[in-house]
Design a binder for this molecule. Sequence first.
Ligand SMILES: [Zn+2]
Length: 286
Amino acid sequence: MAILQQLGDITVQRIIEHEVPVYLPTDMFDEATPEALEPYRSWLEPKALCPTSGCLVMPVVSYLVKTKHHCILIDTCCGCDKSYADPPSWHQRRNKLWLTNLETAGTHPNEIDFVFCTHLHSDHCGWNTIFVDGRWIPTFPNAKYIFARDEYQAMEDEGHQIFIDNLLPIMEAKQAILVDLDYALDDQVWLEPTIGHSIGHVAIHLKSGGARAVMCGDLIHSPVQLAEPDWSCNSDYDLAMSTKTRKDFLNTHCDTDTLILTSHFPSPSVGHIISNGDIYDFKYGS
Ligand SMILES: [Zn+2]
């Protein structure tokens, strides 16, 4: 379901693809042993940690942003028919619920002006393309896709399947724009370099009037990292950099009015970072 947030004259709607238990905590964070998690279990379960499977519950979401001038999509989830190595549930998905949810939010793919990706991992750029008549084509035919140059370059250098299926078709359609990590679309939408999870990871800031929001991508994956900000995801490109980026981000936005739009926190996925004694906490909602 799309959840509407009003941010000055900008609207923000979360578009969800799915929300299921996906990884064992130690698959995500080496430190997250059952003993280490025990003090947090009471508030992680059941929404962020499934008591039955013991796995972290991590939705995969996009944000649909409408400013006075532009219709913008931030991140595009896993997509359909994509070949992803991990986790198995993201491989060759057939479920098009995400597209339905976008249209239920009142937006047809033709209406998207810009697609931003916080980074170019499988669950953030999947719906960039769809498979039609034997080839990948842009899902959003009228959009410019804004990719951080460093992130795009790294995926191209790797020759990653994600590059071939989700990125190259956008470039070939002349719909990709490669930008610096501090690119600004205008005075309402701009990027902030938040390197660590990936080489060109960015947070995406929104501002209207006095209201602010930021889509943080995968600089933080799970609410457990509010209590343990030193826990970096095992797959992070640079674990130490990721920790520094996350701590700086938490510190900057703690106890402020900035609405945090997360990628993988349980529904409703948005809220505010607040202090709670020596640790951070998250107040869900707008
Ligand atoms: Zn992710």
